[in-house]
Design a protein around this ligand. Sequence first.
Ligand code: NAP
Length: 337
Amino acid sequence: MNHRYLNQIEVSPVGMGCMGFSHGYGEIPPEDYAIKAIRRAYDFGCIFFDTAESYGPDLLPENRGHNERIVGKALRDVRKQIILATKLHMDATEVNEGSSVYPVIRRHLQASMERLYTDYIDLYYLHRVNRNIPVAEVADAMGRLISEGLIRGWGLSQVDVDTIEEAQAITPLSAVQNIYSMVERGVEEAVIPYCIEHNIGFVPFSPIASGLLSGRVKAGSSFTHSDDVRKYVPQLNENNLKANQPIIDLITGYAELKRATPAQISLAWMLHKYPNVVPIPGSKNQERILENLGAWNVVLSDEEFAALDTALAALPVAGHRGFVQFEGEKIKDWGKK
Ligand SMILES: NC(=O)c1ccc[n+]([C@@H]2O[C@H](COP(=O)([O-])OP(=O)(O)OC[C@H]3O[C@@H](n4cnc5c(N)ncnc54)[C@H](OP(=O)(O)O)[C@@H]3O)[C@@H](O)[C@H]2O)c1
């Protein structure tokens, strides 16, 4: 397993998305189970962990930091050996007109560091660009935090090339974290090529398409918990699940060929496709976390990759995955693109 680089930050080729221990995929597991899961991932060789200040049950403001606390407890004694990525969510009302965003960001960072039991963050993302807070100002503040040694690098999440370019001109980015999977490939057009050209890492979130690409989500699955984003994911509704079955069949065939699982094939595919890609699959289940990390041992030959990629390109995708949009304190629409 060869490590990869998000600009200068060395990480395992697959990271661990920790969100599900606090938010987004139904009932959360007991804290000691979550902590053990994170430690098992570390023992397996994962050194890249992704969290965010907003990850807490139902994304309620009073639950902010829930996930960072768990990640912090799990990894505090190996802090120097790991790469911690977290994200800040800034509300426009926090920034007074004409005043700098730096003190606001610094305040968020301080709170995250306390919850994570650390005095620096390796990769600090702006979770969503807020139209009322110019990204150039955020980039400038991030540059100050880098020079102060409080963060090692910074990133943007769910952004287009214009936004990346504007930010990059002020303070070069270490990583962009956008949605990307075999069934959500918009970033292949411009965002990933831009990142490669500018030596920016690309961190796909929801790389297994919220479970779809594991082949284990069955038609008729009902996601009833209040904090389960899958009920808003069009690709997981019954019709789209059926229509997307040829994609699952395709990767299941490769999984049999490579003695792997469909989820691993979907991750191995993107690892082969791009040198700067480091996916962060999420799971609440200890065994599935290790399964996903094990994708770094599934090596597709150039011929296998080309055949898979060509076959995939010929298959239409039914529905999209959708993603969460923050706007101020409100969460806007999971289902909308
Ligand atoms: N930047 C952003 O705006 C943003 C947005 C969303 C997520 N994220 C980050 O990205 C990470 C990953 O995103 P995600 O959790 O949405 O993506 P995901 O890994 O595509 O989907 C997670 C879902 O897939 C299931 N799953 C995962 N691996 C599986 C396997 N091998 N077999 C069967 N089911 C499997 C999980 O179920 P089980 O738990 O039952 O295994 C869970 O329901 C998050 O943890 C978070 O850190 C960032």
